[in-house]
Design a protein around this ligand. Sequence first.
Ligand SMILES: [Zn+2]
Length: 175
Amino acid sequence: MSFATKQRLLLGLAVIMMLVPTIFYSAGLLGRAPLFEGDTRKEMTCITCDGLGRTGKEESCPSCRGRGVADFIIPGPNRPVQLVGTVKDSAGQPVKGAEVRARQAEGDQTEVLLESNQDGQFGIKLPPGAYVISVAVEGKGSVSESLLIEPQTEPIPARGAETLHKFEKEFLLAK
Ligand SMILES: [Zn+2]
């Protein structure tokens, strides 16, 4: 095998390697959002960029990658919502290491234990329903809140970093 042939083979290989993510992408194998019972998936005009293909100055739209159309998930009644809670003390400062307990308000009341991070935040995926979230911090107080997570109907990009609707809530500790 001549040097030139070897070089051409290597170049060919490099091109194929570069194409691999594209092939996976078009086959839908990368970053595919999970589907939940009742969800439907359909190709529609991109809602992130309004079908323009870009969101800012010459920036390719992350949801449709510049195509203007993309696969979206139409949420079903069971698609979970990402609860992002922030624990704050009476002075309004985020509290790290808070003990968080989440349970359904009715039925199976098994508790899920969580802890707030250094920004005072915690996250949990909750299917639509009624919940009770209890937060306690030694010496700083506690709070218990009832939460109703409603099913979300807004379409969500089928591929992307965020594939669940977010529900943000603050938990203010009281002594
Ligand atoms: Zn788009």
